[in-house]
Write a protein that binds this ligand. Structure first.
Ligand SMILES: *Cc1c(COP(=O)(O)O)cnc(C)c1O
Length: 267
């Protein structure tokens, strides 16, 4: 149905208490990218949050496949967002009767200008709560953006000097020929992150799964963030710290090309 006609009861715990998880899946035309990987993560997110989603998870693959081919679906690259809400029952942190919906909309992909210019990130000195869940609650990423500069794209979480991830992206630092990214457990298991690590290792890059340190930023050659809709986006400044020469570099560009040329493997 058209999105404007979709309704959810005001008594759902997603509204009353912010209990909900979701995932964000990209399609290239009608080809869905890494569907199984995303659904597996959605299941993990629900589990981490006490949402009992087994029966919903069984329904989702067919609904998503039907949705992308529906006459109302945009005839463009899409973002498909399955949401699982807490529903109306809170049984001591268990949510036994969750509800769900799936949004299909045109993917707002980055402009060539955004890719060529790169973006800045705004440091925020805290941990994203329950990092292994893709929760609908983004307050920790949004509140620190009050007063952000126009080119500050997302908040970058830094915990005790360790860089984890940004508001809705995985973070990578390039230094001395190595590519460094935080380990799962401290960050969400980004699907793009996982695919990039695999592709980089296949292509003889050295990938270190540890948190990049804030103190390493001044020696970094490049940085970039990744996510299903944004793919790979160069980062040129973090707070007041310029990254490398302040312009997108060759590694981020190469990684993006590598990603695009391997898309079919995950369709
Ligand atoms: C969605 C998200 C990501 C990126 O994950 P992908 O699966 O690559 O889209 C990374 N970190 C956070 C906090 C996110 O919400």
């Amino acid at each position: 149905m058209p999105l404007e006609e979709c309704r959810i009861p005001v008594t759902d715990l997603a509204i009353l208490r912010g209990i909900g998880v979701f995932d964000s899946i990209r399609s290239y035309g009608k080809n869905i990218f890494a569907l199984n990987e995303h659904l597996e993560r959605l299941k993990e997110s629900a589990k981490k949050c006490g949402i009992e989603a087994d029966s919903i998870m069984k329904e989702l693959p067919a609904i998503i496949k039907k949705g992308v081919n529906h006459e109302l679906a945009p005839n463009k690259d899409m973002v498909i967002k399955p949401y699982i809400t807490g529903g109306e029952i809170n049984d001591h942190g268990h949510f036994p009767k969750p509800d769900f919906f799936v949004i299909f909309e045109e993917a707002h992909v980055l402009s060539p200008e955004e890719l060529n210019n790169g973006v800045a990130l705004r440091p925020v000195y805290m941990q994203r709560p329950f990092p292994e869940a893709k929760s609908t609650n983004y307050l920790t990423g949004y509140v620190p953006m009050i007063g952000a500069k126009p080119n500050e794209f997302e908040a970058l979480y830094i915990v005790n000097g360790e860089i984890t991830e940004s508001t809705a992206s995985s973070f990578f630092l390039c230094k001395e020929g190595r590519i460094i990214t935080a380990p799962v457990g401290k960050v969400l298991r980004g699907i793009t992150r996982e695919i990039l690590i695999q592709l980089l290792r296949e292509n003889n890059f050295t990938v270190e799964e540890r948190c990049p340190l804030e103190s390493e930023l001044s020696q970094a050659d490049e940085a970039f963030i990744s996510g299903s809709v944004k793919e790979i986006l160069p980062v040129i400044r973090i707070g007041d710290q310029t990254i490398g020469n302040g312009h997108p570099g060759p590694v981020a560009k190469h990684v993006h090309k590598l990603f695009l040329s391997n898309l079919k493997r995950w369709m």
